[in-house]
Structure formats: C-alpha cells, structure tokens
Design a protein around this ligand. Structure first.
Ligand code: NAD
Length: 487
C-alpha cells in the first residue's frame, strides 16, 4: 500500500544503532482511525541480531558496579523527564489514552521505574549463615542471568516496558525488548536517548513487531534464558509451551477480572469517585481495573443511582483535550470485542444502565472514525455470565447486589483470575478478614491503584506466575548461588 511521506517510520534498535527492517506493519491512531506510523515487522533474523548484540554486551555490563549502572539509569530517567511532554503526546496519540493520563501516570511512572530500580539495586544484601561445629560459613551470591527477553502489552506502553527494562539492567542483565506492535513509538523514542544517557551499546536492544513473529522468535531463542511477559493469559499459555523445552525462567503478569466489594458502611463519597476511576480509567484498559462491583443490599439502590449519575458526566472524546476523561480504545477489533460483551449481556437479560446502546456519543468532527465508546454499566447480570467471568478490558463494569460477607467472598473468588480486588468498609476487622480470604495478588481497601514499588506485584490463578517489585524483581533477574567455606 502506498503511504504519504508524513508517516512516522520506526526502526529496530540493535547494538546501539537504528536498523531498518525489510518489512513493516501499519500502526493506527486510535482516535482518528488513520494509519500514522509504520512499525518494523521483525522476525527471526532481527531477533537473532539483537540477541547477539545483547550477548556481546553482557560481560562488560554485568561486571560494572551497581553504582555505575545506577548512574546511567538515572541519567536516562532525567532525559525522559526532560522530554516528558513530548513522550506524553506520543503515548496519547499512539494508544488513544487521554493526554492527562499520559502526562500524570504513564510517563512519570516510566521515569520513576528507572529511578526506583537505580536506587533499589544499591541496597540489596545477601544471606549468610554459620555452622560453627563444622567450621563452615555459608553465604549466597546473586548474579545476573544473561540476556533477558522482555515482552510488553499495549495498554501502558512505556510504563510497563520500563517496569521490565529497569530491574533487568539494574541487576546486570542485557535485554532484548519487544513492545506491542500497536504501541511502539515511545519505546523507539526512548532508544534515541540511550546514547546520551551513556548506555553502552547492546545493553538495551528493542525489536519491534508482532507477537507471532518477533515475540515468538525471542521466546524460542536458546540464548535468552529468561522471559518477563505482561499480557493476556492466552498468550502466556503459548509462551509457557514454547519456552518449556529450554526450561526458561518465566515471569507472567496476566489478565484480571477484578472485584470491588462495597459494604454498607462504606464511605460513598470516597468510594464512588474511586470506583469510577477503577472501572473506567485509561478506557478500562488496565489489568487492575474493576469489572465486577458487589454492593451490599442496604446501599445498593443509592450506590447505583449515584454511580450511574457520575458515569454519565464522564466526557469521552479527543484524547488531546485535557478536559476529556476517556479517550479511544486501542483498535477497531478491540472496540468491537468490548461492544460484543455488552450485546451478549443484553441478550442474556441483563440491564444496561448507561453507555453503549443507551446513550449517544457525540464526537468532534476529526474523531468520527476513532474507536470510542461510553462508560457502560451493566446490572441484573448473573455471576455465570461471560461479562462476569471473562476479562473485557474496556470501559464496561457490572454491578450486582450481595447480602453477607461469607457470600461475597465466595462470589468474588468465583472466577479463574486473581489479580486485584478492592474492599470498601469502615470496619477494620472486616477489612482484614476479607482481604485475607480473597484470592487476589493485590487487595486495596478504601483506595485503588496506590502502589509501593518495594512490595510484590502480581496475580494468582490465571492472573500470573511470579511477582515483581524491589525484592521480587531482583530475585527474578538474578540467579542465586549458595557458597560454603570451611576454615
Ligand atoms: P497480548 O497477550 O495480546 O500481547 C502482549 C504482548 O505479547 C505483545 O507485545 C504481543 O505482541 C506479544 N505476543 C503475542 N503473542 C505472542 C507470542 N505467541 N509469543 C510471544 N509474544 C507474543 O496482550 P495485549 O492485548 O497486548 O494486552 C492486554 C492484556 O495484558 C490484558 O489481558 C491485560 O490484563 C494484560 N495486562 C496485564 C498486566 C499485569 O501486570 N498483570 C498489565 C497490563 C496488561
């Protein structure tokens, strides 16, 4: 297909150089529906070159002191922060998210990821035990693993990519990263800053392309001993199969079907605005978004009335408009998939209280072909319904009623996922009890998305394997060895 000259054309970043690719794929601006960028359609050959570069860079990088690595990472953080507005504009255009979200969440967090791991790597200690009777001391040492394969999704592009790159390189590994083919631009922009940050060539390599070609070539490469993956549970199953013959180390951060449990003693003035954000922030395209809201019978009617009224106030439109609350969904196919869930719920007898199919969406002239949808609230839906069981990953949330603590814990746990849950109550005892019983890697009580990067992040059941965070990422990105000395 012929393309106008104005298209942005990305190149792979291998051994410190931008390298063109023999074929490209189109990338769309979700808020207009136009192709605006061409992304390398890399395969085995490009992955091979990137792995070789990473392998060559490993001996020198892994023998640098943590402080030396830390300095380079901090410099990279400063450079991204200096260009924060440019990065935020690019992320918003590429992904469809609002400029406000990109400015206040995505890019600041990408900067913080680098600074956080640049700092935390300086503070780890290893273990030592003594066996006086045997005249022995034992201690552990930790070493980087080698070339890390990093595969990230499209919902929080630079945020999640740096959440992997930062701990990997801080620990002394070199990396080959593959961002989502739908959101590759900010990773490419970051590569432009690596030289200036002082990053030695080959430490960070980025190969762009699809999961089936570039992703799978990375997963199957024999010289990549560990894969850190964030994405869907289905893709994780495939990655697990493909990497099994090589016995690779895997970290899998996957989907969710996250409950919010709202007891009748909840402070609704806090709970309603937070639950709106937890349901619809970033178009509902966050693995941690709430999609099943259980409300205790005593406050159910009031909650629904106020929640729907507030959702109707959310402005959907041009992501670059700072007054907009919700931008465009990532792609036409994804929008259709999300809409199909609402139709299926309707066909099953559920009621749509606002949004899709109920309210009209007024879009600016330039956004008529964008992939927009209104915040949608579904009620009178059975727990077995696909809308209550499957990850929709869009601005759709279900509200249902419950009576007892015992009942709601069982229902909240009644899905295959176990990533994040939110509990709203002013009863401290109850909050602890429920949090302990929920099958969920993260439980927020009376808040949402408040993170301390020191502590473990990750999911149970189909939501993932392994945890990330200061100590957990350090353990994943290093190999431990126990050494015994007899004197
Ligand atoms: P996806 O699984 O389709 O793709 C994720 C990445 O994997 C992309 O880079 C893709 O190109 C690549 N990929 C696809 N097939 C591959 C294969 N066979 N081999 C290797 N790589 C392959 O997921 P997505 O649609 O990009 O992202 C949405 C999903 O990510 C949702 O399920 C969401 O919940 C999940 N997610 C989880 C977290 C978390 O921390 N738990 C965070 C964000 C998103």
């Amino acid at each position: 297909m012929a393309h106008s000259k104005a298209l942005l054309v990305l190149e792979n970043f291998i051994a410190g150089k931008f390298v063109p690719c023999s074929s490209y794929i189109d990338s769309y601006n979700p808020s207009t529906g136009d192709v605006y960028c061409r992304v390398p359609d890399s395969g085995k050959e490009e992955v091979e070159a990137a792995v070789r570069a990473a392998k060559d860079a490993f001996p020198a990088w892994s023998s640098k002191s943590p402080l030396e690595r830390s300095r380079i990472m901090n410099k990279l953080a400063d450079l991204i922060e200096h260009d924060l507005e440019e990065f935020a504009q690019a992320e918003s255009k590429d992904q469809g998210k609002t400029i406000t979200f990109a400015r206040t969440v995505d890019i600041p967090r990408a900067v913080y990821n680098l600074r956080f791991f640049a700092s935390s790597i300086l503070h780890h200690t290893t273990e030592c035990t003594e066996m006086a009777s045997m005249g022995c001391v034992h201690y552990t040492s930790r070493e980087p693993v080698g070339v890390a394969g990093l595969i990230s999704p499209w919902n929080l592009p630079l945020y999640l990519l740096t959440w992997k790159i930062a701990p990997a390189i801080a620990c002394g590994n070199t990396v080959v990263a593959k961002p989502s083919e739908m959101t590759s631009v900010t990773a490419w922009m970051m590569c432009k800053l690596l030289e200036k940050a002082g990053m030695p060539h080959g430490v960070v390599n980025v190969v762009f392309g699809t999961g089936a070609k570039a992703g799978e070539a990375l997963v199957c490469h024999p010289d990549v001993p560990l894969i850190s993956f964030t994405g869907s549970t289905l893709t994780a199953q495939r990655i697990t199969e493909k990497s099994a013959p090589h016995c690779k180390k895997l970290s899998l951060e996957l989907g969710g079907k996250n409950p919010a449990i709202i007891f009748d003693d909840a402070d609704l003035s806090q709970c309603i605005p937070t639950t709106l954000r937890s349901s619809f922030a970033n178009q509902g395209e966050i693995c941690l978004c709430t999609s099943r809201i259980f409300v205790q019978r005593g406050i159910y009617s009031e909650f629904v009335k106020r929640f729907v009224a507030e959702a109707k106030k959310w402005k959907v439109g041009n992501p670059s408009d700072p007054t907009v609350n919700m931008g465009a969904l990532i792609s036409k196919e994804h929008l259709e998939k999300v809409r199909s869930y609402v139709k299926r719920a309707q066909a099953e007898g559920a009621r749509i209280l606002c949004g899709e199919g109920v309210d009209s969406l007024d879009l600016p002239a330039g956004n008529q072909k964008g992939y927009f949808m209104l915040p949608t609230i579904i009620t009178e839906v059975r727990d077995e319904s696909c809308c209550m069981q499957e990850e929709i990953f869009g601005p759709v949330t279900c509200v249902v009623v419950f009576d007892t603590e015992e009942e709601v814990v069982e229902r909240a746990n009644g899905v295959k996922y176990g990533l994040a849950a939110t509990v709203w109550s002013s009863n401290v005892g109850r909050v602890h009890r429920v949090a302990r019983r929920l099958q969920s890697g993260l439980v927020w009580t009376n808040c949402w998305l408040v993170r301390d990067l020191n502590l473990p992040f990750g999911g149970m059941k189909a939501s993932g394997i392994g945890r990330e965070g200061a100590k957990d990422s350090y353990e994943f990105f290093t190999e431990v060895k126990t050494i015994t000395i007899k004197h």
